[in-house]
Structures are given as structure tokens and as C-alpha cells.
Design a protein around this ligand. Structure first.
Ligand code: ZN
Length: 307
């Protein structure tokens, strides 16, 4: 891995800070796309007064150098330790000044902790899925059924289950721009039952319908849905979608968009308000009640099988 450009960037922008590279560029099993950004986290010592312009609890700084895009999250050591959303199974370290003299390596500690909690997290996600599926089942048993709402929820649970397969069998986090590749890795190495379940999930997610027009439609609806958001991070997303379209990687594009919607964790009120638009974004064709009941039962079986 050629990391010289990262050294150069960190040296010029944050010479005092300790940094790590995470994401697909730090994962030996993934070949990054040329559109993939470099995800960096830099931490500063809580006792040192740091140039606060770069520092923010949630937002990454987007930097560009030639064709490469870097997203650098700058945090104090305490913010880094306490942030439950920062998790990684692989990382590459770029020591600054603090790390060299520090006894505790926060980066390593956090990674270790994540590894230790990994199986517990998978189990928790499966149980959450089972609860949600059971809930959908009772919604479907009512006299009046909101097909549009349930179709959306079913798709999200199918994607969540697919991601659990990646966590469970690859022992790694899922990478939204590389889901198709990761799913293929799972399928190559597992038995026919697992392959059958993965194929069913892909069918529910609707990847077989992925083509240039469905991807373009989803992309247009997505840009409408997130039109009021900060554009820098979204530009990275739309660059990726352009890349996938150029390379005819439509399934990758559709999975990336679906994954993005899943990560937003919209509440029921939001989903109901924007249901039509969300279903356009995720390319959902509303299904009949009987079809959805069949899917719900199979999703339940697939999730129970993973425990
Ligand atoms: Zn990537």
C-alpha cells in the first residue's frame, strides 16, 4: 500500500496530531475504487490548545489533492474515546507527536474493544431484526395495511440482514461501496443454504432490476431528498454514483444508495411523510399483502437461522 501521499498530507495539515486511516483503503481484502475517499481520523491531546477550525465532533473535513479525496475527522482524545459511532476492524497508523510519547494507544484500544464486542453486536442486530419483523407481521395481519410503508421497511430489513451475513461470515464491517464484492466473498466460501439465503435477500432488495435507468431514477430522487443538506459530503457520494454508472456497476450503485438510506435511520414519522419519495429512491415496487407475508416469514427464518 502506497501511503506516502497520506504522510505528506498529514505532515502539512496536522503535523502535531496522531492519525489513522480506516475504511476500504485500510482493508486488505478490498480493492478500493478510484472514487473511494480516504477516511482519516486525527486526534489531538486534550491538554494542547489546537487550531479549532478543523476540529468538530461530528463533521469530517474534506480535502482534495490531485485526484484523491480525503475525509479527515479531527477530534480530541476524549471525544474519540467516547464516540460510540467510530468503529473499525482494520486501521493503518500515522503517528504524530503525542502517540510517540503516549503510553496508551487509543487507536489500538478502540479497535481491540470493537473486535471483542463484534459477536455481541451481531447477535444484538439479529435480535433487533427479529423484533422488527415480528412487528411487521402483526401490521400485515390487520385489516387495513399500508403496503407502501411495509414495502419500505421490508427492504430495509432485507438489507440489514444482508449486512449481518457480511459481518458474520467475513468478520468485518460492511463497506457500502463494496457490498456486492463482499456478498460474493460470502457466497464463495459458504454452503448452499447460506448462498440460497443471500440470493433471496438480493431478490427482496431487487438488485436483479438494477440497470442504468433504475440507477439514474434512484439517484435523481435521492438528490431531491437530500437537496437541503451540506453538499460537500454528498458530492463524494454523487461522484461515486457517476463512477458506478461509467463502469456499468449498477448493482453497486443501487446497494450504495439503499445503504445510505438505511444509515440515516429515519423514524416512522419521517418515513410516512416521505414514503413515496423514499420508495422512489430505493426503487421499491409496492407488493401485494400475500407476497409481503411470504417475505416476512422467510426473513424471520433467515434471521433465526443466524443465531
Ligand atoms: Zn471504497
Amino acid at each position: 500500500m502506497d501511503n506516502e501521499h497520506i504522510f505528506y498530507l498529514l505532515e502539512s495539515k496536522f503535523p502535531e496530531l496522531d492519525s489513522i486511516l480506516i475504511g476500504c483503503h485500510a482493508d486488505n481484502r478490498i480493492i478500493p475504487h478510484e472514487c473511494c475517499e480516504y477516511d482519516l481520523i486525527s486526534i489531538y491531546d486534550d491538554n494542547i490548545l489546537f487550531h479549532r477550525d478543523w476540529a468538530s465532533k461530528k463533521k469530517s473535513n474534506v480535502l482534495q489533492n490531485s485526484n484523491r479525496v480525503y475525509e479527515v475527522l479531527v477530534l480530541s482524545a476524549q471525544e474519540f474515546i467516547k464516540n460510540p459511532n467510530i468503529n473499525y476492524t482494520n486501521f493503518v497508523q500515522f503517528p504524530g507527536h503525542v502517540l510517540k510519547s503516549n503510553i496508551v494507544n487509543h487507536f489500538l484500544e478502540k479497535c481491540d474493544r470493537y473486535h471483542k464486542s463484534f459477536n455481541f453486536m451481531i447477535k444484538t442486530n439479529i435480535i433487533n431484526n427479529i423484533c422488527e419483523i415480528t412487528n411487521l407481521h402483526s401490521l400485515l395481519s390487520r385489516d387495513s395495511v399500508d403496503e407502501r410503508f411495509i414495502s419500505f421497511q421490508l427492504k430495509m430489513i432485507s438489507l440489514k440482514t444482508l449486512k449481518i451475513f457480511i459481518h458474520f461470515y467475513l468478520n468485518s464491517e460492511d463497506r457500502p461501496s463494496h457490498l456486492k464484492y463482499q456478498i460474493n466473498l460470502v457466497k464463495q466460501n459458504e454452503n448452499s443454504k447460506t448462498r440460497e439465503h443471500v440470493d433471496l435477500l438480493l431478490e427482496y432488495i431487487g438488485t436483479n432490476r438494477a440497470n442504468i435507468s433504475s440507477l439514474t431514477r434512484s439517484e435523481k430522487s435521492l438528490s431531491f431528498l437530500i437537496r437541503n443538506e451540506d453538499s460537500t459530503n454528498n458530492r463524494i457520494l454523487f461522484n461515486k454514483l457517476d463512477f458506478f454508472k461509467r463502469k456499468s456497476m449498477y448493482v453497486d450503485g443501487i446497494l450504495l444508495i439503499n445503504s445510505l438510506i438505511l444509515e440515516r435511520v429515519y423514524d416512522n414519522q419521517f418515513i410516512q411523510k416521505y414514503n413515496k419519495l423514499l420508495n422512489h429512491v430505493t426503487d421499491i415496487q409496492t407488493k401485494e399483502k400475500i407476497t409481503m407475508l411470504k417475505e416476512v416469514n422467510l426473513l424471520l427464518e433467515i434471521n433465526k437461522n443466524l443465531i
